[in-house]
Design a protein around this ligand. Structure first.
Ligand code: MN
Length: 292
């Protein structure tokens, strides 16, 4: 098995605020080295690195806004997020949980820190991914998957080396609960100091690892510290990860969707005409209703 070559290990880019609740580093599509197409099928990676939040009675977050043409995947590492959408779905994303919202033809939603968590304050750390949909599913019915940590199969490493939570795809015969429209592998690897894992993804899959916590050596040579993003070439299959301290890694790999991309604000379509239609439909109230 040939080693999957590393293209680059990125330090976190300067943060920006999403609403007043999310202080995010955007690794893509912002970084020119990755490109405006993102890392297909993953179009966007916003990383709220760990921050300590002061207590507040007024939850911080993002107010009502639309999405069309893709899925938002929110992964909670610290803190809690409450979510409501115009398809009638709502829920609280707790530590270790994942919310997989298929906006597809269009929803309105809002994302706020959960009320009781806001009152207490404390550590907050999240990831939001935008997963693109192929053209034939962009106008499908919206859907919502609430994936609790308990629902994720856990691959236990030998010698108390930690475990791997499988969110989507398959690792060593264990299948993740997320339904995906295109082939996607997504795991949280929670490794103890000294543990080594081997990952295998097809050469043509786009692959990256976000270092959520700790410090790891990738492919026995490159050091990846916390909050860095390891971006791989489409070359080779096997990745070796050794944790130099207790570490948490978000592993992402997926088959690229080879279709044109037209991205504008909260819409991700195949051409500008579809973007314009999304704006018209949004202004005509076709994304439904959701109170502030
Ligand atoms: Mn959103």
């Amino acid at each position: 098995m040939k080693t999957k070559a590393i293209k680059h290990i990125f330090t976190p880019p300067p943060f920006h605020m999403v609403g007043d609740g999310f202080r995010v580093h955007n690794f893509f599509p912002h970084l020119p080295e990755i490109g405006k197409q993102g890392m297909s099928p993953f179009f966007l990676l916003d990383y709220n690195s760990k921050v300590m939040l002061s207590p507040t009675d007024k939850p911080r977050g993002v107010g009502v806004h639309p999405h069309r043409g893709f899925e938002t995947v929110t992964i909670a590492y610290h803190g809690k997020v409450a979510h409501h959408d115009s398809a009638g779905n709502s829920g609280i994303i707790e530590e270790g949980d994942v919310q997989w919202m298929t906006a597809a033809s269009g929803v309105l939603h809002k994302e706020y820190h959960e009320k009781e968590f806001s009152k207490k304050g404390g550590a907050f750390q999240m990831v939001q991914l935008w997963v693109n949909l192929p053209a034939k599913h962009k106008m499908s019915k919206p859907k919502y998957q609430e994936i609790t940590n308990k629902q994720m199969p856990k691959y236990e490493l030998p010698n108390n080396g930690g475990h791997i939570d499988i969110i989507a795809g398959e690792f060593n015969g264990l299948k993740g609960p997320a339904y995906t429209f295109t082939p996607i592998e997504m795991y949280n690897a929670k490794l103890k100091k000294g543990a080594t894992i081997k990952l295998n993804f097809p050469e043509h899959y786009n692959t990256g690892i976000l270092m959520v916590e700790g410090n790891a050596t990738i492919n026995e040579t490159e050091k990846a510290p916390a909050d860095h993003f390891v971006y791989f070439k489409n070359e080779g299959e096997e990745i070796t990860v050794t944790a130099n301290e207790d570490s948490v890694l978000l592993v992402l790999s997926g088959e690229p969707i080879k279709e044109p991309i037209a991205a504008h604000g909260p819409f991700l379509m195949n051409n500008m005409q579809e973007i314009q239609q999304a704006m018209i439909d949004f202004n005509d109230g076709k994304f439904g209703e959701l109170a502030d």
